[in-house]
Design a protein around this ligand. Structure first.
Ligand code: AHG
Length: 282
């Protein structure tokens, strides 16, 4: 596992450099979800693929930018599922973006996630890493080295509210719930990049991030293996909760395809409790 974590650290500085120097245009291809790929998405994916090609404990990798599973080392123990550059459409307006990694042992499902990590490329590079039996750790990057900054622990209740999806396609009960949080004094924080949005809630003590089921996306937008399940481990280990719209823990999801999505809610205990009440799933 240490090799994998060290590799993620190296990847962070390589992708940071690519963000600063590479062309921002579109490539000629689409990713597995049918979205146009930016050259930077392709470049970041390549950086990660090359980096894990040297790590023998990695049996296979699964990328948000590729269809299917890429076998690397038959005797390896772990499969790394990753989104190389989440929120990449925000790079051209110079907002923060991120990379997300889920490290699975065995079949690709929530209960087999053993560790996860994400990198935030913002004014600074930061890295968060967690395993099942520890608090998430925050690292700050500087001159190709990461320094541990501390543990992340969520308060029982926060004051930030971030809900994705097109509002006209929200259900009436989701809209009512989000409005009720604002009435209670919650403040809107939503950049459109799940990594910086979830990172902000984690570091500012708590709140709620939602990507609900909408009429145009009944299964949500965010991908289970690369985005939803890895962040669920981070939120739970920080003392928060992460569930879907049926009240099931995201860490218990069993995707039937690597690119399956799920409605998802991440937050501190108070907000997830309020959500369950509003959704009638208590
Ligand atoms: P993309 O990588 O295509 O820019 O998508 C970003 C993801 C995720 O990071 C973010 O939370 C969500 O899409 C935002 O979607 P909406 O604009 O629908 O809220």
């Amino acid at each position: 596992m240490l090799n994998i974590f060290d590799t993620i650290k190296e990847i962070a500085f390589k992708i940071e450099r690519a963000i600063q120097t590479e062309d921002l245009g579109y490539s000629d291809s689409e990713n597995s979800s049918g979205e146009d790929q930016l050259k930077l998405d392709v470049q970041s994916d390549l950086i990660i693929e090359k980096a894990f090609a040297n790590v023998t404990s990695v049996k296979a990798i699964v990328s948000e930018e590729k269809e299917g599973i890429l076998e690397l080392h038959p005797n390896g123990e772990y499969t790394v599922c990753y989104d190389p550059l989440d929120g990449s459409s925000l790079v051209d307006v110079n907002l923060s973006v991120g990379s997300i990694f889920g490290i699975y042992k065995g079949e690709l499902k929530g209960e087999n996630l053993v560790a996860s990590a994400y990198i935030v490329y913002g004014p600074r590079v930061e890295l968060v890493y967690v395993e099942r039996d520890m608090r998430p750790l925050l690292y700050g990057g500087n001159e190709n080295r990461f320094r541990k900054l501390g543990e992340i622990v969520l308060n029982k209740k926060g004051n930030l509210n971030a809900s994705g999806g097109t509002q006209k396609n929200w259900t009436t009960y989701h809209k009512k719930f989000i409005d009720s949080l604002f009435q209670e004094g919650y403040r809107l924080r939503y950049s459109g990049g799940m990594v910086p949005d979830l990172h902000q809630i984690l570091l500012k003590g708590g709140g709620l991030f939602s990507y609900p089921a909408t009429t145009d996306r009944p299964d949500g937008k965010l991908r289970q293996l690369f985005e939803v399940i890895p962040f669920a481990l981070i939120y739970e280990q920080a003392g928060g909760e992460a569930i879907n719209d049926k009240g099931e823990r995201l860490l218990e999801l069993v995707p039937s395809h690597p690119h399956d999505t799920s409605p998802c809610f991440f937050g501190s205990v108070y907000e997830i409790d309020a959500l369950k009440e509003a959704y009638g799933i208590k």
